[in-house]
Design a protein around this ligand. Structure first.
Ligand code: AMP
Ligand code: MG
Length: 423
């Protein structure tokens, strides 16, 4: 296994005290490795899991040429571009039933949507334009050979990969797998992620607050974000700012999980004592990232009881926890889970108001994206302090102000990242 130092040495211009977001992600990505375990599960149980092996289509879908419309199956060669043609109907073909006879020149067959194209035919004339008298069917000009016909294998071709390993299985994929007649798929095992909050000031919900105490909200946001990513989540509770207790918690977490996510204890005031303790546990770096919110962060790999886990030590402020999770941890965990696509799209939206922004750091403001007069517009969700969780709760997007971006004027276009994906 390569070391964190090796991963860092590949990143140009690395400065742990002023690290651009992209560089931090570069280090993280080159260090974390996907887990190898694979499970076979029934198709429905694969929803939201990561496909472990390509699914190669064992059949053509559809398996036969068939009609895309209700109408008349004809021989394209019988049709004329200059005059209507009258054909003799010799029977009807239904979906799921075979039509035995071969259609000869001058003949046609009434077909329903999904019916296999009768032998000899290659074209479907929709019923609305055909003139029918008894078994005589008159087809107007303007038809094209091959129209309204679905070709065998046009959806999925036999022997070709229908789905590639590394994708998140969504409802459409379950249907696609079922359309191949496949009942079980190989998925990556779920990631096991342990998490805990650190801080002497923290109180769990249900207890009374004393002066200076705050409820531990990070354990709820972290739990929610990890669950949404499809991880097996292990809640290790609140750990006091006590080196012995922290060390024990980190060892336990490393022994039982693929990754450990913590909140608090990495800010300038607290990092020194965390650093000393971490040095015993493994290889961990402490960063000041050029971003807002969420500047301090620890990253590395720690050991416990002969096992090891990746560590993401996030800042304690409630918004900073969420921002650093979404922009560093999410992608890393998806990569570990075997996902090949970990990037989220950025969209452009019109900013309703001016925003102050200094070049040289990335900002993740919280915004509401709304359609106004046919245009997507974004405005910020009030005060943007890193302790104001309401700014996250009310938001439906991040306004991502890139590293180089300066002040934004009202009416300028900015990048936004939606908080909800269609998954
Ligand atoms: P720290 O990073 O530990 O210095 O914490 C920074 C700020 O975040 C402090 O004001 C803490 O009270 C607050 N904070 C830390 N952990 C939590 C938590 N689990 N839930 C809510 N607030 C927290
Ligand atoms: Mg703290």
């Amino acid at each position: 296994m390569s070391s964190l130092r090796d991963a860092i040495s590949c990143v140009s211009g690395y400065d742990p005290d002023a690290l651009p977001v992209a560089k931090a992600n570069e280090v993280i990505r080159s260090f974390v490795k996907p887990v190898s375990g694979v499970e076979r599960v029934p198709v429905r149980a694969a929803l939201g899991r990561v496909l472990a092996r390509d699914i190669v289509s064992p059949i053509d879908v559809p398996s036969h040429d068939n009609s895309a419309m209700d109408g008349y199956a004809v021989r394209g060669a019988d049709l004329s571009a200059s005059a209507p043609v009258t054909l003799t109907e010799i029977g009807a073909a239904f979906a799921g039933k075979t039509f035995a006879a071969t259609v000869a020149p001058g003949q046609c067959v009434r077909v329903m949507t999904g019916a296999v194209m009768p032998k000899g035919t290659d074209t479907v004339v929709i019923q609305e334009i055909a003139k029918v008298e008894g078994n005589r069917v008159t087809v107007p000009t303007g038809q094209e050979t091959g129209q309204n016909r679905r070709l065998a294998g046009e959806d999925l071709a036999r022997g070709k990969p229908a789905l590639k390993a590394g994708r998140l299985l969504r409802p459409a994929d379950l249907g696609l797998v079922a359309s191949l007649g496949i009942g079980e798929v190989s998925v990556r095992r779920k990631l096991k992620v342990a998490f805990f909050s650190t801080g002497d000031e923290l109180v769990s919900v249900g207890k009374k607050l004393k002066a200076g105490e705050v409820y531990d909200s990070n354990r709820y946001t972290l739990w929610g974000m990890l669950e949404r990513l499809g991880c097996d989540v292990v809640d290790l509770g609140v750990v006091r700012d006590d080196p012995k207790k922290l060390e024990a918690a980190f060892r336990k977490a490393a022994a039982g999980a693929d990754a450990v996510v913590t909140s608090g204890g990495v800010s300038v005031g607290e990092a020194d004592f965390t650093k000393q303790m971490m040095a015993k546990l493994g290889e961990v770096v402490f960063w000041k990232i050029a971003m807002r919110p969420g500047r301090p962060m620890a990253f590395g790999r720690i050991r416990g009881r002969g096992k090891s886990a990746y560590l993401f030590g996030l800042p304690g402020n409630p918004v900073a926890v969420m921002v650093t999770f979404y922009h560093f941890v999410r992608g890393a965990l998806l990569h570990m889970a075997g996902r090949s696509d970990t990037e989220l799209p950025l969209l452009r939206a019109k900013s309703e108001a001016a925003m102050r922004k200094k070049p040289g750091r990335t900002e993740y403001q919280r915004g509401t994206l709304e359609l106004k007069n046919g245009e997507w517009c974004v405005r910020l969700t009030g005060a943007q302090g890193s302790g104001i969780l309401r700014s996250m709760s009310e938001a439906n997007c991040f306004v991502v102000l890139g590293h180089e971006q300066a002040n934004v004027a009202a009416g300028d276009y900015v990048d936004v990242m939606l908080m909800d994906g269609l998954v």
